[in-house]
Design a protein around this ligand. Sequence first.
Ligand code: SDX
Length: 436
Amino acid sequence: MSGQATPGTVTVTMDGTNKSTKLQLIDGTIGPQVADIRKLYSDLGIFTYDPGYGGTAACDSKITYIDGDEGILLHRGYPIEQLATQSSFLEVAYLMLNGELPNAAQKADFDAGVMRHTMVHEQMRSFFQGFRRDAHPMAVMCGVVGAMSAFYHDSLDINNPEHRRISAFRLIAKVPTIAAMAYKYSVGQPFVYPRNDLGYAENFLYMMNAVPAEPYHVNPILARAMDRILILHADHEQNASTSTVRLAGSTGANPFACIAAGIASLWGPAHGGANEAVLKMLAEIGSVENVKHFLDQVKDKNSHSRLMGFGHRVYKNFDPRAKIMQQTCHEVLGELGIKNEPLLDLAVELERIALSDDYFIARKLYPNVDFYSGIILKAMGIPTSMFTVLFAVARTVGWVSQWMEMIEDPSQRIGRPRQVYTGSPQRDFVPASQRG
Ligand code: SDX
């Protein structure tokens, strides 16, 4: 078997033995081939070792493609630059869920379907009373989104396509309402009911900012910027939180519990929590004069400081979303008449200095989606504690789409990684009286 060159395979031979196996190479539409290692253990008695899954494909997917070296991001084949400037968030949601852009009738029907599911069960309001007012809104999101499975018993059969469709609508439609409720609860203001006559992003800003005491009209500039920000955060291949959703879903857990798991995973500062961390970092740096000292700290491994909003497991070039986010930042600040935003000036100078510094160049560290998003959100009046919540609102579309794809994949099995065991070999129990 070994020795003969067989195109489309890779031969693994254990040196010093006559054990060898041929692994099939699987071609994607674009991107690197993958070696199918499923028979490696049965043939050679070995596992692969890949902490953090940096070189491991956990599934095949048709939703998003990233080329980290070229800085390319496609959703169902459409470049993010075109979707961000020519599409809408709900149209991108339709695209991710269905694989094609909708025609006018399909779009109208989908938008109406989402916007007519934006209210939450009235009893869910009481969940919020259990949280301290100063609870982080992501803690509230984890709890209340997970609790949705306590209310929607009629759509929990994951093997029923209609249940999956209804759950998808409910999650995409209700997560913004829950997010806005988490914010209102944190500031002691009454919850604002959603409005079906508003657009998706407009309705979210309305629920965040309106008060019963007077009429509130959402600034169309902010609504348009918010819609674009949601598009930029909608999906991103098999990132940590999406992988969490897929792993939870692989056990047959209901979609609300899976999305709650994704929210918990996104919260980490190495992932979706980075946008909030960037603002805190910029505040700590304070001024351009301190940039060099800060970057010296980052380069000192003992300081454990990181340049938040920089670096990415996949992008070893500019994150295309960061470029669009920076452009949007300038547009929004200009349209809002904000002439000088010190945070933006500091961020631009920090990026300029970092990109010319050998430490960052050698490690291919570039701005990622989180580097500029916080600056826009702050300019739009979104509180820092809500930045990651916003990321979760947008990423719910990607999580739901990836969850649906996994459930419908005939080859999907319960996720169960293996390990290399480095603990103690077997030994006998020693009674307490005989221990040293
Ligand atoms: C998101 O996966 C996704 O797609 C995520 C995301 C999505 O849309 O879902 O894109 C969203 O999470 C973006 C990333 C947001 N996080 C941050 O901005 C936090 C700061 N970034 C880092 O923590 C880090 O870059 C990660 C977590 C993003 C990537 O971690 P890796 O892959 O483990 O980093 P690496 O192996 O590429 O690092 C290589 C070197 C290391 O130094 P050496 O050991 O080689 O000397 O670069 C260093 C790292 O220490 N490094 C950094 C750094 N990021 C990596 N040094 C300083 N500052 C940083 N930000």
